[in-house]
Design a protein around this ligand. Structure first.
Ligand code: SF4
Ligand code: SF4
Length: 379
């Protein structure tokens, strides 16, 4: 490995898209391949593993016990896992899940422990299990070294949480070059909020669920013209590795080949220069031109909507959902959709009054599109 440039983010191993022996079964983790990936990752001098109770149908934590904990001394690695507030709503349930996590991983303690998905969606559970007090207590007990939270909501909410909880030591955010200015994800604004609090950021979804590894042909040609030997995924990774305030970038690798490609990008890391950033911007434009709904996000349609439907945000999430490779059983964009529609009309609440279509400068058939959104995102 080459020496890492000062202040460069580290590459973390995200354990949410592990290799499978049966692609239709999230629990069929390919252990020999995972072991090989763990070996490659540790051999490269890296050590941060990010799992969660709910990943791979609750099998990710036990898989990492077999592939890592049982095979390496504890000081060789750091493990992060998460309190699943989607599942627990009382302190007793949180305690029981935590003990189960310690037992499943065999790790003895967690280097980092996160409240999983702090957002409007699970606010009642978060309060019910007293999640912030719970993670503070686990730290005081010495069972957790560092506490933080993962986050899938907007900058106002992030600011509120960081202001009310200065004890949080890091935040995990979705950031990639396509989501930076996406009105529904708001990565740039969330990053700015985190920086303003001086809190380190761990990036998740740097390749947008695999979508930025398999870009349209024109975007691929752009990248190849600049750097024939670099994969599309490596451009996405370099983009986030070079962002200020980012401490770790988690890549959810699914094969030894992906691990090799990521390690090559990491060891030869060079921050994107102005010319390369322009190339990324052009690639983003090409990818955005392929979306299902050609909404510009101007939001004119929303001002006279009697149902307060967040049309532009829903279209953006629908486009991401259509473009991203399908995952078994869940979707991050449906999660964002639930968060965005809290306290607002859902796509299915449309009354077909037509105000939005009158106001849309692109002449989009908003009403029909909302039916598509409801069909895909509200299942
Ligand atoms: S047609 Fe539906 S989305 Fe459009 S303004 Fe009326 S209620 Fe809102
Ligand atoms: S007015 Fe049209 S283009 Fe603008 S946000 Fe609404 S649907 Fe999209």
């Amino acid at each position: 490995m080459k020496p890492v440039p000062y202040a460069m983010a580290e590459l973390g191993f995200g354990l949410m898209r592990l290799p499978l022996t049966d692609p239709s079964d999230q629990t069929s983790i390919d252990l020999p391949q995972l072991e090989k990936m763990v070996d490659m990752y540790l051999d490269a001098g890296l050590d941060y593993f990010d799992t969660a109770y709910l990943y791979h149908g609750t099998c990710s934590e036990s898989a990492i016990k077999k592939a890592l904990v049982d095979r390496y001394p504890r000081e060789k690695y750091r493990i992060a896992t998460k309190l699943p507030i989607m599942k627990v709503s009382t302190p007793e349930e949180a305690e029981s899940v935590f003990e189960e996590q310690l037992s499943k991983t065999g790790a003895g303690y967690f280097d980092s422990y996160l409240i999983h998905n702090v957002s409007e969606n699970y606010w009642d559970n978060l309060i019910g299990c007293d999640a912030f007090a719970f993670v503070r207590r686990k730290k005081a007990e010495g069972k957790v070294k560092r506490i933080g939270f993962s986050f899938h909501s907007g900058p106002e909410m992030l600011e509120k949480v960081l202001r009310e909880h200065p004890e949080m030591e890091f935040v995990q955010l979705q950031v990639n070059y396509l989501d930076m200015d996406d009105p529904a994800i708001e990565s740039r604004k969330n990053l700015e909020v985190a920086r303003s609090f001086g809190i380190p950021v761990i990036v998740m979804e740097p390749v947008k669920g695999g979508m930025l590894a398999d870009v349209p042909a024109e975007a691929r040609e752009l990248f190849e013209e600049k750097s024939p030997e670099s994969s599309a995924a490596s451009w996405a990774l370099r983009y986030v590795l070079g962002l200020d305030g980012v401490e770790t970038v988690l890549s959810g690798m699914s094969s030894a080949e992906q691990m090799e490609d990521n390690l090559r990008t990491y060891s030869g890391f060079r921050k994107l220069d102005g010319d390369e950033l322009e190339t990324i911007e052009k690639a983003a434009e090409i990818i955005n031109s392929k979306v299902a709904i050609k909404c510009t996000g101007c939001r004119y349609c929303m001002k006279d909507c009697p149902q307060d439907i967040r049309i532009a945000d829903y279209f953006s999430l629908y486009n991401s959902e259509c473009l991203c490779p399908p995952r078994l059983g869940w979707s991050i964009y449906r999660l964002y959709y639930r968060s965005k529609s809290r306290g607002h009309g859902k796509a299915s609440d449309c009354l077909e009054c037509g105000n939005c279509e009158l106001n849309c400068p692109q002449g989009l058939p908003v009403i029909d599109y909302l039916k598509d959104v409801a069909e895909k995102m509200e299942k």
